[in-house]
Ligand binder design. Sequence first.
Ligand code: NAD
Length: 696
Amino acid sequence: MASDNYSVRGGTAVITLNNPPVNAMGHAVRQELAAHLDAAWADPSVQAIVIIGAGKLFCGGADVKAFNTPASRAEPSSRTIVKRIEESAKPVIAAIHGSALGLGLEFAMGCHYRIAQRGAKLGLPEVKLGLLPGGGGTQRLPRLVGVEAALRMIVEGNPVDADEALKMGLVDEVAAGDLLPAALEFAVRVAQRGEHPVASRRQAPPPAEPGWFEAQRTKIAAAKRGLPAPLECVACIEAAVTRPFDEGMKFERERFDVLVNGTESKALRHLFLAERAAAKIAGLPADTPVGEVRRVAVIGAGTMGSGIAMSFASAGIPVSLLETKQEALDRGLATIRKNYAGTVAKGKLAQAEADARIARIEPTLDFARVADADLVIEAVFEDMDIKKELFRKLDATCKTGAILATNTSRLDVNEIAASTARPSSVIGLHFFSPANVMRLVEVVRGKATGPEVIATSMAVSRRIGKLPVLVGVCDGFVGNRMVAQYAREAEFLLEEGATPEQVDGALKKFGLAMGRFAMSDLAGLDISWASRKRAAATRPAHLRYSKVADRLCELGRFGQKTGAGFYRYEAGSRTPIPDPLVSQIIEECALEAGIQRRPIGDEEIVERCIYALVNEGAKVLQEGIAQRASDIDLIYVNGYGFPAWRGGPMFYAETVGLKKVYERIREFHEQQGEFWKPAPLLKKLAEEGKGFRDLG
Ligand code: NAD
């Protein structure tokens, strides 16, 4: 049986897994693999079988898109193939380069031997998709490496490298050079042996300490906020100790089925696929050239500028950090040093690497240093006049072809671009605070932004480890525009009868990392107060407006930094403490506005705050400010602490049912007025019984 993916070399059959880009084990791959194995078994000249991956890796796992479809279970399943391998008298060797992940590693563990190329990564990341390894991983890994190491790998989902895998007993040999010759040589050696190891034929050794599984469960339940998948992983690993192999496999399958049909896993898989979708940009040809970014200049060494500079320096790209005043530059650099020192102290970064990163940042007061930068990112004060003036100067100084980016949170990128003679080079790169940590970047496409500028901005953002999501120009882009609706409802709820701790409690119970008011206190109330004062003159008088935050600011309560905001804080503590003075201010504001306070339940709090996001999200989508609903979900999960296991606000709305969400929004519209006008797109989808995913 000769084919591109099958050959026999000196008595060893070589089967290649070949399904670009990651050799995912979809149904067609399994069919071909089974046929090639049959050929090898039937051929008397074959003494041993090597299975290797084409391209850059062994196998990236199952086909995530095929989960919950019949194809994922169609025979031959990987379980069936592995069962036959285990019965084979001819040794089967998995030769691993690049990575063996998920089903890829589970399959490799079902082979008799594993040889890995130095640097290869081996892991079972299923838990990150709300699943457990359902291809025998929870049963074979503890048998190969012991329960302690298996639990660490399966519950955290992080890979180990080849050398570590060798120490653990997960692989039999590490190849320092080319993998295939080493695997062929290994195959000849082991073919002489009378018997070959089969992981499933022994029992996993029990943990060294009694009560160990119980202790792990307690620890994991607390760390993973009671999410089902990590605990199901523990149960399966325990079964590898307490049950015979076949029963353990049956148990693993049952627990996998519960998870794969659960909302959490569907939400996490939605986000996994959303990240891949976000890289695709409508109207941008796949062959759009991507410019080289060799040097970056960041202007403004404040909160954002320092974090942005760190992100580039950490990725190996030299940065000039510009300021107008020495003190500001010194302050920015001190922050950068402190941040790196913190990472070194935690043991997550070597001192030498921290030094190298700091050395890549050139602090300067000399504006001419922008001249040869390939990318300039402006992070100066949020003031249109200052930004326009700066962009005029950049236009005059920067080289042709340089990308001129603004980190503005909500100003009009088109207006900023129009202050230059090269608006096609101008783009928004909206990083989130702290910029050295947060993955999200909203890439704001202006009406004139050139395709190459967009493609390069997306690519360089990914290169520095960020998650870029394309958005269009409007007040607040996607994230801040939507959050304004959510914040408004949270404040209205105070006047109507809730307390800050009740609102925050309900939102945290829903799964948000932080409640609305604790978050405001952390970020500082003064910035939004200043923008409300600026907007006051143009605010329509008939629209409801909550004065609670203004009153707090008038008392100098700017949040944590002043020891008081929506809560009060003891000196040196970040723990919010409910404050009777705040309750009094809320009651006064309600009275002045003629609002009759009433008891408010957690359900109403969640619906008012979250459906406000959904309704605005639907408008954002309809206006084309976001390319797809899943982009909005990525923005909320990665920039605003929305729980990943709920999949983002738009996915969440679909799990509730768009019709139900729409009906509730209509009720709010009747009770609360104009702010709740249902988004036409939401109305249409609800009436047609469709979801956001049907938009294509
Ligand atoms: P910041 O006040 O901490 O820092 C601004 C820095 O810019 C100051 O150090 C100032 O000295 C410097 N600066 C001002 N004019 C300058 C000029 N002409 N040349 C060089 N340096 C100059 O402000 P920030 O919070 O870092 O915000 C910067 C920008 O990022 C704003 O547009 C803001 O809206 C946006 N942003 C802020 C956040 C946030 O959470 N802070 C998040 C996303 C975006």
